[in-house]
Design a protein around this ligand. Structure first.
Ligand code: MN3
Length: 197
């Protein structure tokens, strides 16, 4: 059985940038639903004991009646676990080393922030916008729904949920404002750790 991982901080820890009610609903309702639906698909099958990574890598081998559910909800579970962990209460900034990597790829930190926000604003509907490590370079990639076309989430080192449930209670239609405020809670140490993995 898959279980909902506890958040690494309290629901109100990212206030005022991300409000406690949004965090609580996003984690205890939305993320929980991904876990429950994933369990509903695999429990009682030969796949129930597989670790999540292995299960997701085995998608093409899964029977048709559970393949789509496992793909959507398995990735939903994985994506949200990742999302909680690349946020942190309090202001964090990239280290000098990582800043050099950002500068090399995007010209400057401001330019990176602008390019990331532009991509996230253009990410129609309910996708994710990610910073991806490709070889040693960085790239900004938009993906729809819970899709991760790279099939290797380890390459994603920063991601943002632009689905409305991630911000609507506080920001309504003001996605740009959510994106700006979301910057205040990026866990840059974690991003760099993933880059160096
Ligand atoms: Mn979400």
């Amino acid at each position: 059985m898959f279980t909902l991982p506890p958040l690494p901080y309290t629901y109100d820890a990212l206030e005022p940038y991300i409000d406690a009610q949004t965090m609580e609903i996003h984690h205890s309702k939305h993320h929980q639903a991904y876990v429950d639906k994933l369990n509903g698909a695999v429990v009682g099958t030969e796949w129930e004991e597989k670790p999540l990574d292995e299960l997701l890598q085995s998608l093409p081998l899964l029977p048709d009646n559970i393949k789509t559910v496992v793909k959507n909800h398995g990735w939903g579970h994985r994506n949200h676990t990742f999302f909680w962990n690349i946020m942190i209460p309090g202001w964090s900034t990239p280290s000098d080393n990582f800043m050099q990597i950002i500068n090399k790829n995007f010209g400057s930190f401001d330019s990176f922030k602008e390019q990331f926000a532009t991509a996230a604003l253009a990410n129609f509907g309910s996708g994710r916008t990610r910073l991806i490590k490709k070889h040693d370079d960085l790239e900004i990639v938009n993906t729809p729904n819970q899709n991760n076309p790279l099939m290797d989430y380890n390459k994603a080192i920063l991601g943002i949920d632009v689905r409305e449930h991630a911000y609507y209670l506080k920001y309504q239609n003001r996605r740009a404002e959510y994106l700006t405020n979301r910057r205040s809670v990026v866990n840059w140490n974690k991003v760099e750790e993933l880059y160096n993995k």
